[in-house]
Design a protein around this ligand. Structure first.
Ligand code: ZN
Length: 280
């Protein structure tokens, strides 16, 4: 919600075709987050495609239809982010629908699975989860600044865990809520710096926070904001669903042969402590 709120607070902001710059870039990112198609990647130029997306948004949101982005539109963007389909969480989260889910076949929800995405941005990951080619999803995503998005209703089965097993039960997607934290995970150290994996190839230069070294391996650190947001989200899910603490697991716990996320750098003790402090 962070970026959308910033808009909302910018009183008097007016953008129109031909404008370019940071405000247009923010608008484009918001439109992408809200699943309105624009040129990829967002380029900060208010061209025909951005105008088309704004007009489409305004038509749906029943806001102004002038194509100009102003505070009325900003507030409509904000209102829409809060509008149905409502998020399951009591937290104020935007819901961005994705195509990759199906029925839980009546299985009761009693598990939460924590993942890292192996990617760099919330918006990029939302786009990937919306891509018909990806065949992956999660109920919730947690961005680096702590902003969160829901993409699948908890009542539906999201496709986050794949082949998995826990305490004699297989296909954990049936009975779990999946949470993806935006994080590159394992990094590779080369002579000129660190690299992150794209399709298992360490070809993309890493530009994030100083990596955490654990037993000779390097990881992108999770942010303080992510620990806070994750704790609040998990507390909310647990309260609503009555999920036991020991049923909050990492992807690697239920698919140890295939997966390492959320990684050695995920601080379970800190997360559990933070979770318990919220229960007071
Ligand atoms: Zn995973």
């Amino acid at each position: 919600m962070g970026c959308i709120m910033r808009y909302y607070e910018k009183q008097g902001l007016i953008l129109k075709r031909g404008d370019h710059g940071e405000d247009v870039l923010e608008l484009q990112r918001d439109l992408i987050t809200l699943a309105y198609d624009i040129a990829e990647p967002p380029d900060g130029d208010y061209g025909p495609q951005t105008e088309g997306a704004v007009r489409f948004f305004q038509a749906i949101a029943k806001g102004h239809v002038t194509g100009i982005v102003e505070t009325v539109v900003a507030s409509a963007l904000h209102a829409m982010a809060l509008a149905p389909p409502a998020t399951d969480a009591a937290l104020d989260l935007p819901f961005v629908i994705g195509p990759h889910y199906d029925s839980r076949a009546e299985a009761a929800i009693d598990m939460i699975v924590i993942h890292y995405t192996g990617s760099g941005t919330l918006v990029g990951t939302v786009r990937w989860f919306q891509d018909p080619a990806s065949r992956v999803s999660a109920h919730y995503l947690v961005g680096k600044d702590g902003s969160m998005v829901q993409m699948v209703q908890e009542a539906e089965r999201a496709w986050h865990a794949g082949a998995s097993q826990w305490q004699g039960r297989s296909n954990c997607n049936r009975f779990s809520v999946g949470i993806e934290i935006i994080n590159w995970g394992l990094l590779e150290k080369k002579d000129d710096g660190f690299y992150c994996a794209i399709d298992n190839q360490y070809t993309q230069r890493y530009n994030g926070q100083t990596p955490v070294e654990i037993a000779g391996k390097y990881w992108e650190p999770y942010t303080d904001e992510q620990y806070v947001a994750l704790s609040e989200l998990v507390r909310d899910i647990r309260e609503r669903r009555g999920i036991d603490l020991e049923m909050i697991v990492g992807h690697t716990d239920i698919a140890p042969d295939r997966k390492i996320d959320p990684g050695a750098h995920f601080d379970w003790a800190r997360f559990r402590q933070s979770l318990l402090s919220l229960l007071v």
